[in-house]
Ligand binder design. Structure first.
Ligand SMILES: Cc1cc2nc3c(=O)[nH]c(=O)nc-3n(C[C@H](O)[C@H](O)[C@H](O)COP(=O)(O)OP(=O)(O)OC[C@H]3O[C@@H](n4cnc5c(N)ncnc54)[C@H](O)[C@@H]3O)c2cc1C
Length: 406
C-alpha cells in the first residue's frame, strides 16, 4: 500500500507513526511545506521570547529514517487528482497514492486593512514567522498585539519577556472569550498587567502606517482614530482551516474539510485530520473547526487505523480544552459554558476561582484559575457524562479526586 501524507505536524506525524506500526510494509511518504525538523507548534511563542529551535523539537531527526518513512521537506502540494490518485507537488513533481491523508492544518486570519504588508506586521503560526518576530523584537521599541485570545496573549507575554512595552488590542469586553468568563478573565488580565502589558478594549485596527521608513511599520491606527506607535504588530484574530486541496478537488467543505467518523473525506481514498477538518463537539453537538494539538494527534491516529483498513469510528471530541499559565497564574477551561446551564462557582482570596457548568445533573464544562489540580478528573467526568449525584456538593470544597470517582 502506498500512502501519502500532506503535512508534517501533529496530525501528519501521528498518522505516519501509527500507520507504520500497523503496516510494516506500507510505502509512506510525508510531504511538508515547512523546511524544518518537526517541532511543537504550541511552543513557538517561546521562540519569540528568545528560545532556540532545539527547545521546541517534537521528534528527533532520526524518527522518519528509523521507521522507513520518506519525508520530503520544503515542498508545497499544489493539487489532488482523485481520478488518477495522484498529488502534484514542488516543481512539477507527482506522487501516486492508494490512500492520501490531508493534514494541512490552518492559517491565521488576516485583517485585510491598509498597511498590513508593511515590514513589522506579523502573524504567528510557524517557526519561520516566530523567528522573524524575534528578530524584529530585538530592534523594535514597542509592540502591539491584536487579539485577546490564547495565541495573542502567549505572544504578548513572550514579547514582554523580551523587554518590549506591549499593548494588546481587544475588540470584545474581556480577554479569552472562548475560554473564560469575565471574572476569570479579569484575574488573568491582572496578572498580565502586573507583568507590564497594557490593554485597550473595544478597538480593532483600521490600518497600519509607516514611520520614518516608508516600508516599515510605525503606527497602528485604531477605529477611534488614535495612532499607537509600534515597531512590531502581531495579528492574532483566529485561524482558518487549510481546506483548499480538498475543495479544489471537488470534496465537501463547510467550516473545514468534512470527514465521516472514519476520517474519510467525500473524495475516494482521501482522508483528513487535524486543524483542517470540521468536527462535532461532544458537549454542544455543534459543528466546529478542530483547533487543538491533542485532537490533531488523536485524529491522525484514527486516520492511520482506518487507512490500514481496520475500521474504527472516531468519537465526537471535546473541542474546548485549554490550559495555560501566565506568571504564577495557571488556568484550565474545558467544555461548554452556555446560557441555560446551572453554574456553581467558588472563589478564594482573589487568587483561586472555579466554576462548573451543569446540565441535567451532568458536568458539561468548567473553568479553573489558580488551582487546577483536579482538571483531569473534571475533564473525564465531562467525557463520561456520568451523573454527578452526591459528588456535586464535594466539588466546590475541593474534595473530588480520582479515588472517589471509581
Ligand atoms: C502560538 C500557538 C500556540 C498554540 N497553543 C496551543 C495549545 O496550548 N494547545 C493546543 O491544543 N493547541 C495549541 N495551538 C494549536 C495547535 O498548534 C494546532 O491545533 C496543531 O498544530 C494542529 O496540528 P495539525 O497537524 O492539524 O496542523 P499544523 O500544525 O498546522 O501543521 C500543518 C502542516 O501542513 C503544512 N501544509 C499546509 N498546506 C500544505 C501543502 N499544500 N503542502 C505541504 N504542506 C502543507 C503546513 O505548512 C504545516 O507544516 C497553538 C497554535 C499556535 C500557533
Amino acid at each position: 500500500m502506498k500512502v501519502v501524507i500532506v503535512g508534517n505536524s501533529a496530525a501528519g506525524i501521528a498518522a505516519a507513526e501509527n500507520l507504520r506500526s500497523l503496516e510494516p510494509l506500507a510505502e509512506i511518504t510525508v510531504l511538508s511545506q515547512e523546511n524544518h525538523p518537526s517541532y511543537s507548534r504550541c511552543l513557538i511563542a517561546e521562540i519569540v521570547a528568545g528560545a532556540v529551535f532545539d527547545s521546541i523539537r517534537y521528534r528527533p531527526d532520526s524518527f522518519f529514517e528509523e521507521r522507513n518513512i520518506n519525508l520530503i521537506r520544503g515542498v508545497r502540494v499544489h493539487s489532488v487528482n482523485h481520478a488518477s490518485s495522484t498529488v502534484s507537488f514542488g516543481e512539477e513533481k507527482e506522487a501516486s497514492y492508494d490512500k492520501l491523508l490531508v493534514a494541512t492544518g490552518s492559517r491565521p486570519v488576516r485583517l485585510g486593512v491598509a498597511g498590513e504588508e508593511l515590514d513589522g506586521v506579523f502573524v504567528l503560526r510557524s517557526y519561520d514567522q516566530a523567528e522573524l518576530i524575534s528578530r524584529c523584537a530585538a530592534a523594535a521599541n514597542d509592540a502591539v498585539v491584536i487579539g485577546g485570545g490564547l495565541v495573542g496573549l502567549k505572544a504578548a507575554y513572550a514579547l514582554r519577556r523580551r523587554g518590549l512595552p506591549v499593548t494588546v488590542l481587544v475588540k470584545s469586553s474581556h480577554l479569552l472569550t472562548r475560554q473564560l468568563d469575565a471574572l476569570s478573565a479579569a484575574m488573568v488580565e491582572k496578572e498580565l498587567r502586573e507583568a507590564g502589558i497594557s490593554f485597550i478594549y473595544g478597538q480593532n485596527p483600521v490600518g497600519f502606517k509607516c514611520g520614518a521608513d516608508p516600508k516599515a511599520l510605525g503606527f497602528v491606527v485604531l477605529e477611534d482614530g488614535r495612532e499607537i506607535p509600534a515597531g512590531l504588530a502581531l495579528v492574532a484574530k483566529g485561524v482558518s482551516p487549510n481546506a483548499e486541496l480538498v475543495r479544489e478537488a471537488g470534496g465537501e467543505i463547510s467550516s473545514g474539510i468534512k470527514v465521516n467518523a472514519f476520517m474519510e473525506t467525500s473524495l475516494p481514498n482521501v482522508y483528513a485530520a487535524g486543524d483542517c477538518i470540521e468536527v462535532t463537539d461532544c458537549v454542544t453537538g455543534r459543528q466546529t473547526p478542530s483547533a487543538l494539538w491533542t485532537l490533531a494527534v488523536e485524529q491522525g491516529r484514527y486516520a492511520a487505523i482506518n487507512m490500514a483498513g481496520r475500521q474504527k469510528a472516531y468519537p465526537d471530541p471535546l473541542t474546548r480544552l485549554n490550559a495555560a499559565q501566565f506568571g504564577r497564574l495557571p488556568f484550565v477551561s474545558v467544555g461548554a459554558m452556555e446560557e441555560g446551564e446551572e453554574f456553581l462557582t467558588w472563589q478564594k482570596e482573589g487568587r483561586v476561582y472555579q466554576k462548573l457548568a451543569i446540565r441535567e445533573d451532568r458536568l458539561v464544562g468548567f473553568i479553573m484559575v489558580g488551582l487546577i489540580e483536579q482538571a483531569g478528573v473534571f475533564t473525564s467526568l465531562i467525557k463520561s457524562k456520568r451523573p454527578l449525584g452526591n459528588l456535586r456538593g464535594d466539588f466546590l470544597q475541593g474534595k473530588v479526586s480520582a479515588a472517589n470517582l471509581i
